[in-house]
Design a protein around this ligand. Sequence first.
Ligand SMILES: [Zn+2]
Ligand SMILES: [Zn+2]
Length: 407
Amino acid sequence: MELQIEDKLVKVIKFTEGNICDRCLGRNFSKSVAGSGNLERGEYLRNKLEASNQNIPKTGSCYICNDLFESLDKMTNNVVEVLKDKQIHFSNFLVGSRVDSEILKREEQIHKTFDIDVENIKKEINREIGKELSLRLSKEVEFDNPNVVLMVDFKTGKVDIQINPIFIESRYRKLIRGIPQTKWPCNKCKGKGCEKCNYTGKMYAETVEELISEDAIKAAKGASAKFHGAGREDIDVKMLGKGRTFVLEIKEPKIRDIDLKKLVETVNKHAMGKVEISEMKFVAKNRRAVIKESSRDTYKIYKATVELENEVDNSLLDSLKSMKIINQRTPIRVSHRRADKIRTREIRQLEYTKVDSKLLELVIECEGGLYIKELISSDENRSQPSVAGMLKTGARCVQLDVLDVNI
Ligand SMILES: [Zn+2]
Ligand SMILES: [Zn+2]
């Protein structure tokens, strides 16, 4: 052993009056002395000291950890018990730990005093419990994206389990009007429940979100779910075609490997005639943000029924086809919650059918984010150009369907 290291070793033993456990001793020399682990390294160093008559025997508890490592087995057993008790299914995990802050302070003091730069005690605890659990549970330790985080608290002896969410992607079609995409709390009681909302706390009895997530939560034995849509349609708008992409985030799922085929069937049975979902697949967390981002770049096809104030010449109707670039100021109906800005979107194609003298049916293929109702009414000239402007008469969208998204 290098003289410098031996010198440091003797100093540490003196400083702790011999009261340092083999693991803490080994850990402090983990970068300077070879060995298969801190325990073995510590034993080796003790023997070295013994051989050179410089050892001070350990007579009390470890100066650094207060003999915390002696309770490692007990804590590992606790983890196994809690996991069994809660019946959580997972395939990989990560261990975290909480220890008395005094332990960390004393360790830091040793590091500073003797200029030692090694991992701290928590890393060793986490690794040792992780190794043992991996063997006993036949599951892998995963650092980046673990299914569960097992938090072992050495101060209270308790084990906390943080179950990370699962993410499922699919597409939904909304077959009827009057259902919002996501939960909408009662605007009078803010969700507490009042006379107006019949003590449901909700503005609408059903939402696309709930029609899908209730069965998903049940299947995964989750605590709750969050619905992330690639954009949204208004309550009174149907979502047809291939449907709209969404990611469902199920929080604290006790079961992760749920049968998605069966879930699709269950949802479609329960929501029959209202909402229909297509094939589901498990996705990574980042899809949540990706689909939200991409919803702006996609093209959409709408079918709009338009009521005109006055009859319009057929020749004028053709001018609708010339609308290409639309500049829209934030619509009045959303201006209370969105910044007043000009939004520019493109129309790819617009076809019209005259249903009767004052009723048109438009099929509009356009960039995502174009406000269709405002494109038709002009929204007090905030949409330029607009159907009303082109036809020189009042126009109102009386019915709207999304025929396709992401084309
Ligand atoms: Zn120790
Ligand atoms: Zn209410």
